[in-house]
Design a protein around this ligand. Structure first.
Ligand code: TRP
Length: 455
């Protein structure tokens, strides 16, 4: 018998498990590390409004599309398209997805290793008494080193692999059901502390007061690219997860809940960070170093900063872990189902391979920083290739597949759970995946290519 008999396929056991796993994938470094700094660089409120529009009009329909494909096919991202269409072209989505998983998990592992280091520094109260310059040097010295970041990265990937080896019920569902509520409690504590800071009101204003004069075409493209990244769209994470959904999982409601929770957490992360940034006169547009260089400076000034700093980096680590397992799962499901080998072997093989590409990313900050294409090091190239090209292209093909290729009755069957729940917004959904999503995404895609070609 084949090791991967589909009738014995692993799967989620509860609605809460599905929400925990899917929000666990969506809520990650994208929400807590990336969103605050790109919102900061793009002027705050107005950027956030545009980002919200993209989440609603493009993010949710593409997410529903991935869920429909995954639950219908009940296979990994590559197998899914083999199953749903005889036309070989669509397998390209699977190939791109697996490739994107490698690239994203590589640089994700780099930032996750920084997070582990900073969690330890926070415990040891190492930010205390240091000037802004000293803290910046501390980050540079650590991140440009060769030993420590690599060790933390190996540790992080091992932890990710440990959860993935357990499978869906006994691994991913089990751990995300514990970690996601924990994340919520931590972020609420951080928010309560942050918004009571004197001078924090400016931070609110920055996040919620829209100043459209700060918006450029660049910001619009960043907003769409980030909407994809933060919802884990375009590379088959959600196709893979939906392949483990239950028969009665409500696809429309699940998509809305996941997108809603992801957005709320991004805003709560902004609310935990910006009041403090403004209360202590730091620079909101500090870029990727915002949470590693600016925040430690603030922690040491604010009351209760010691506990706050530990919880903040713990939050970041938990968010990174629940996203990483979803990315690794895409590759593991692919390797184990397509090559017909056990989950354990597939996970070990995948984890080792991604750790190697990940180490290249980590070393590209320091020892390998001379390896560049144009001005970009390996870390940047992986990020650009995945976020600006593979994800938008994958998302566009997925929406075209659902909008133009998939039989309408399969879509309505999946959305209505074979007639057992009332259909909502189907016409709107079809319109969005047929026209709006592919057109809007192709703008980002063309821009991504353009960006690379002219640099
Ligand atoms: N969404 C996660 C975040 O915001 C990252 C992530 C997980 C991801 N899976 C993905 C991004 C798939 C793109 C594609 O940090």
């Amino acid at each position: 018998m084949a090791k991967n008999d589909l009738s014995k396929r692993d799967g989620f056991t509860s609605k809460f498990g599905i929400i925990a796993a899917a929000t666990g994938s969506a809520i990650g470094l994208g929400n807590i590390w990336k969103f605050p700094y790109i919102a900061g660089e793009n002027g705050g409120g107005a950027f956030i409004i545009i980002y919200l529009v993209f989440i609603i009009l493009i993010g949710v329909p593409v997410m529903m599309s991935e869920f429909i494909i995954g639950r219908k096919a009940k296979q990994n991202v590559f197998g899914a398209f083999k199953q749903l269409t005889s036309h070989g072209f669509w397998k390209i989505i699977g190939i791109m997805g697996v490739l994107a998983a490698f690239l994203i998990l590589s640089f994700y592992g780099t930032v996750a290793s920084w997070t582990i280091e900073y969690l330890i520094l926070a415990f040891k109260n190492s930010f205390s008494g240091k000037s802004a310059d000293e803290l910046a040097t501390m980050f540079d010295t650590f991140s440009q080193g060769a030993i420590k970041p690599v060790i933390w990265q190996i540790l992080f990937m091992a932890l990710t692999a440990y959860i993935v080896i357990g499978g869906i019920k006994k691994g991913i569902e089990k751990y995300t059901k514990i970690l996601m509520p924990m994340l919520l409690v931590i972020i609420i504590y951080l928010d309560i502390t942050a918004i009571t800071l004197k001078g924090g009101v400016e931070g609110f204003r920055f996040l919620f007061y829209p100043n459209f004069s700060l918006i450029t075409s660049e910001s619009i493209i960043d907003a769409l690219g980030h909407a994809f990244f933060t919802l884990s769209l375009g590379m088959g994470v959600l196709i893979t997860y939906a392949s483990y959904f239950q028969k009665d999982t409500n696809i429309t409601n699940t998509s809305i809940s996941v997108a809603g929770a992801d957005t709320i957490i991004a805003l709560l992360a902004g609310l935990a960070i910006f009041p403090a940034v403004f209360a202590f006169n730091a620079e909101p547009a500090a870029g990727p170093g915002l949470v590693f260089m600016t925040l430690p400076n603030i922690f040491e000034l604010m009351p209760g900063g010691y506990i706050f700093s530990i919880l903040f980096f713990l939050l970041l680590a938990v968010a990174a872990l629940t996203s990483s397992i979803s990315i690794m799962e895409v590759v593991v499901a692919f390797v184990s189902e397509e090559k017909n080998i056990s989950r354990k072997k597939a996970t070990i093989f995948t984890a080792i391979a991604i750790t190697i590409t990940g180490i290249l990313c980590t070393l590209s900050i320091g020892p390998l920083s001379h390896i560049k294409i144009a001005e970009y090091n390996i870390f940047d190239i992986f990020d650009i290739l995945a976020s600006n090209i593979l994800l938008p292209l994958g998302g566009m093909l997925i929406s075209i597949f659902i909008g133009w290729k998939m039989k309408k009755h399969i879509i309505t069957d999946e959305l209505s759970n074979y007639g057992t729940i009332q259909l909502k917004f189907v016409k709107l959904f079809i319109f969005l995946v047929r026209y709006l999503a592919p057109i809007a995404i192709s703008f980002v895609f063309v821009h991504g290519l353009w960006d690379i070609l002219i640099n």
